[in-house]
Write a protein that binds this ligand. Structure first.
Ligand code: SME
Length: 161
């Protein structure tokens, strides 16, 4: 199947999931599982959420699928994860070996995308995906992962958890 068709199919499943889950926590859990299982090039999929009231601000690993990572807490001035959360911008890295900010999770990872999750206009966390394939995150993937992050932000606003 063409990549576009496949992503459309998974987008439908994600959209269904967001309608049938009550809490943001359930949505994130189901979303990482679905993305990891259904999209061949998404080899590690996880959420990092900002710890409430942490000083300095800290990202803590939440729901994830894939190998355990040594990075369970990441300060905002470290990693691709810190860069995305502190800037509020999506970060796409086509070749992680060339990015000095990169914190290694698996030796097999070649490319990465991190998309901030916003609730009430503020960054509250992020969706991080690693791929064993270089430059896996084309514009189409970027738009799709941003869609997923928006659903989580909306669910946080409506369910509060
Ligand atoms: N690569 C990330 C760290 C998280 S692991 O990939 C799961 C980073 O550079 O911030």
């Amino acid at each position: 199947m063409q990549v576009a068709g496949k992503i459309e199919e998974v987008r439908q499943e994600i959209s269904e999931l967001s309608k049938t889950t009550r809490t943001a926590q359930d949505l994130m859990q189901g979303m990482v599982k679905l993305l990891h299982e259904r999209v061949l090039k998404y080899n590690w999929v996880g959420f990092y959420m900002l710890e409430p009231n942490a000083n300095p601000p800290m990202l803590a690993l939440g729901a994830f699928e894939g190998a355990m990572t040594p990075h369970t807490r990441i300060p905002l001035n470290q990693g691709i994860c810190g860069a995305a959360a502190s800037s509020g911008q999506t970060v796409v890295v086509d070749d992680v070996s060339k990015d000095p900010r990169y914190l290694a999770c698996s030796l097999e990872t070649k490319s990465e995308i991190v998309v901030p999750v916003f609730a009430y206009g503020k960054v509250v966390g992020e969706l991080d995906i690693d791929s064993h394939f270089p430059a896996a995150f084309t514009n189409e993937h970027k738009e799709f992962v941003q869609y997923c992050a928006v659903l989580v932000g909306k669910k946080l606003e409506t369910s509060g958890q």
